[in-house]
Design a protein around this ligand. Structure first.
Ligand code: PMP
Length: 402
């Protein structure tokens, strides 16, 4: 018998499993609304034109080599990433109260943050995460041994934010708890607090001395406006919170497989920055040694060149407006079909995902009868819809809810 005979087989990852089912489905009408990756109106992956330009610059550089980056990553990239999320003129940057570490995309940033907190933050408090949240949040915090407590987030009746329940849970939590917040375009619900609600959340966090940790996977991709999508993070920093911010460039640069991300720590005084950075370097060294270069080079070139930057902003608008258009068309079609129920949430929600309110059984029928693949919680990736399949999907939804 093997030394590992006792191992139980784990469930496959729900999202990647869905993609496999979709790939193997021979039906020509099949639709993949599982994975959160942008598709153009032909259902194809889209390499941002600005990314192609940056790649040309990279490959034409006669000095290009493949030496290791430093342990905490490419300095110019990290600096640009921090400026992007915090705002270029954020005093925290000028006062050198920040530390930015290049990570293995957003997942790596969340993990590095969790590893850092498990070593250097108090051990007697949990992390508070929204119910529901991105599945990896639980896996990552469990992995570093931090207790997880959920706060209410989604209200199934209003199909919107359960703000009272959320505030009460934050209020009732142990003082000093870590509060994990989605900076924008909450995954999986697509529901974000309003600015007024963010203020209430900040008030409770301040009163209870909670530690806010922002996961920002969709800056610019959500609304098409980089500043608007960074508003909550900047607001907390302006109010004087110390915080961690995990950034992903998977969606807003379409660099999914290049694993390009950054973790920024905002501190309330510069004297700890060097110490924090040195400990981040130890964590990074033991886990990945040093981060990969290609995606960081692309982002670095674009963020430092005003012309390319403007082109990137246009590319972001292309993606976010196509998604907003799909929301509108889906909504219009459901209204036209007089599909039972209310559907405003489809257009009110923001970002890659929509939490439709469809139930597990309905999702099952969508899969079996219509070859439409989505997660059991009723979440759809708007990017999987196009002018070619949105009516088909609306009719299928109409059928399963009747
Ligand atoms: N956080 C959230 C909430 C996400 O939705 C995602 C992307 N699915 C990520 C982090 C990070 O993804 P990646 O590691 O691909 O950047």
């Amino acid at each position: 018998a093997s030394l590992f005979q006792q191992i139980e087989e784990a469930q496959p990852d729900a999202i990647f499993h869905l993609s496999a089912l979709w790939r193997n489905d021979p039906d020509s009408r099949k639709v993949n609304l599982g994975i959160g990756a942008y598709r153009d109106d032909d259902g194809k992956p889209w390499v941002l034109p600005v990314v192609r330009k940056a790649e040309t610059i990279i490959y034409n550089d006669p000095n290009l080599n493949h030496e290791y980056l430093s342990i905490t990553g490419m300095p110019e990239f990290r600096e640009a990433a921090a400026r992007l999320i915090l705002g270029a003129d954020n005093p925290a940057i000028g006062e050198k109260r920040i530390v930015a570490v290049q990570t293995i995309s957003g997942t790596g940033a969340v993990h590095t943050a969790a590893a850092f907190l498990s070593r250097f933050y108090r051990k007697d408090v949990p992390v508070l995460i929204s119910n529901p949240t991105w599945i990896n949040h639980k896996l990552i915090f469990k992995g570093v041994g931090i207790d997880i407590v959920e706060y209410p987030y989604w209200n199934p009746h209003t199909k919107g934010l359960e703000i009272d329940g959320m505030l009460k849970a934050l209020e009732d939590a142990k003082p000093g708890s870590i509060v994990l917040l989605h900076a924008c375009a909450h995954n999986p619900t697509g529901v974000d607090p309003t600015q007024e609600q963010w203020k209430q959340i900040a008030d409770v966090c301040e009163a209870k001395t909670h530690f806010p940790f922002f996961d920002c996977a969709y800056q610019g991709f959500a609304s098409g406006d980089l500043d608007r999508d960074a508003w909550a993070v900047r607001y907390f920093v302006e109010r004087g919170f110390e915080t961690l911010v995990a950034q992903s460039f998977s969606k807003n640069f379409g660099l999914y497989c290049q694993r390009t991300g950054c973790l920024t720590v905002v501190l309330n005084n510069a004297s700890v920055a060097k110490k924090v950075e040195s400990q981040m370097a130890i964590i990074q060294r033991s886990e990945i040694s040093n981060p990969p270069a290609h995606g960081a080079r692309i982002v670095n070139i674009v963020l430092h060149d005003p012309e390319l930057y403007n082109e990137w902003v246009q590319n972001l608008k292309t993606m976010s407006s196509r998604i907003q258009e799909m929301r509108q068309r889906l909504y219009n079609k459901l209204i036209e079909l007089k599909t039972p129920g209310t559907w405003n949430h489809i257009v009110d929600q923001i970002g890659m995902f929509s939490f439709t309110g469809l139930k597990g059984k309905q999702v099952q029928v969508l899969k079996e009868k219509y070859h439409v693949y989505l997660t059991d919680n009723g979440r759809i990736s708007m990017a999987g819809l196009s002018s070619k399949n949105v009516d088909y999907f609306a009719k299928a939804v109409d059928d399963v809810v009747r």
